[in-house]
Design a protein around this ligand. Structure first.
Ligand code: NAD
Ligand code: TDX
Length: 331
């Protein structure tokens, strides 16, 4: 099987490529990635000999058509992915997340290629802290940020291309991922690398916001389960019952890294900051038999801390520019 992985030099895509090369010798992976500030070919150094890497833009119809014509499956991870950036400069989000997805859909339509669309739980908006409800595939779309609205737009394009043109597609909406190769702009790697640098972790607002954490390996086994056993046209929510508030995440990191649990700073809040996300992944578990392998968030965090300690050469080149960007936002 020939798989085209877009965004394979990013966090989740690179982990997907590693997992696929390790566990599926019958699959040949081609990565299409523009290597934006968020992409890093070094994230694929271990598997460089086993894959084909193409530097290019998912909104470039010519390169996309050529690569899709040669594929049996497209797994589309490429996106502008950071909410804070989408508040400062939304245009790249519209261009990559909406126009890029449109470009891929037109190519898979032309060539009759199976397509899996990677999306986020943020398309559903947010939940109150005391609400017993979780997101399901019946929850109405209600995105808050430029990032999540462009992801919601791309999901709607996929649904329309399935219904109108018979494109063979599935969609997954996953909760917050953590693990190796995540950019230092994101919450967990930012705090780990701050602590390595002797800088206090920074919590937005009150730190009460809740995210539903899943290890990136578990996200990717779910993607393969959907590709292999999912029903065309369906949307699957991916989550591992990992709800934790941000303050607890920071306190746990401080403890794991040998500091006082209250040695953090509260900084100004993200505008429009979603309060809580929570996923009901019952359909994925009952219909496709998927189970997460990472049982304990604390153990997963400890392993992630070790990975960042051992791989400073990977993240160090991006740290200063990331913190300079945050400094302009006062966060
Ligand atoms: P990331 O920012 O780490 O990686 C994105 C990758 O896409 C980078 O390698 C970048 O170079 C590439 N890219 C960006 N624009 C491109 C373009 N125009 N053409 C080709 N490549 C381009 O993102 P991530 O966290 O790995 O997220 C991957 C996908 O998973 C995204 O679609 C995101 O919406 C989704 N998602 C992420 C999370 C999470 O917690 N990180 C959760 C749910 C869903
Ligand atoms: O320094 C920080 N301090 C802080 O309190 C940062 C960077 C973040 N936060 C908070 C904001 C969020 O409540 O931590 C939480 C997580 O923040 P991010 O890592 O920016 O993730 P989030 O905005 O929740 O979005 C993530 O999950 C869904 C991914 O970046 C998206 O791509 C994915 O769709």
């Amino acid at each position: 099987m020939r798989v085209l992985v877009t965004g394979g030099a990013g966090f989740i895509g690179a982990n997907f490529v590693h997992q696929t090369v390790r566990e599926r010798p019958d699959v040949h992976v081609t990565v299409l990635d523009a290597l934006t500030y968020a992409g890093d070919e070094a994230s694929l150094a271990d598997v460089a000999d086993a894959i084909t890497f193409v530097r290019g833009d998912v909104a470039d119809a010519e390169v996309v058509d050529r690569l899709v014509a040669d594929a049996d499956l497209v797994v589309h991870f490429a996106a502008e992915s950071h909410n804070d950036n989408s508040l400062s400069d939304p245009w790249p989000f519209v261009q990559t997340n909406v126009i890029g997805t449109f470009t891929l859909l037109e190519a898979v339509r032309r060539h009759g290629v199976r397509y899996h669309h990677i999306s986020t739980d943020e398309v559903y908006g947010d939940l109150e802290l005391d609400d017993p409800a979780k997101f399901t595939d019946q929850t109405p779309y209600n995105p808050s940020s430029p990032y999540s609205s462009t992801k919601a737009s791309s999901d709607l394009l996929v649904r329309a291309w399935v219904r109108s043109f018979g494109v063979q597609a599935t969609i997954s909406n996953c909760s917050n991922n953590y693990g190796p190769y995540q950019h230092v702009e994101k919450f967990i790697p930012r705090q780990i690398t701050n602590l390595v640098d002797g800088v206090r972790p920074k919590l937005y607002g009150t730190g009460q916001n809740v995210r539903d954490w899943i290890h990136v390996e578990d996200h990717n086994t779910a993607v393969w389960a959907i590709v292999e056993r999912g029903e065309i046209g369906q949307t699957y929510l991916i989550g591992a019952d990992g709800e934790v508030d941000n303050k607890t995440v920071v306190e746990t990191l401080l403890e794991l890294m040998g500091q006082d649990r209250d040695a953090y700073d509260l900084v100004s809040d993200r505008p429009g900051h979603d309060l809580r996300y929570a996923i009901d992944a019952t359909r994925l578990r009952t219909e496709l038999g998927w189970r997460p392998q990472y049982g304990s968030f604390r153990d997963g965090l400890a392993a992630t801390v070790e990975w960042y300690r051992a791989n400073e050469a990977w993240w160090r080149p991006r740290k200063d520019a990331t913190e300079a960007k945050y400094a302009t936002l006062g966060r």
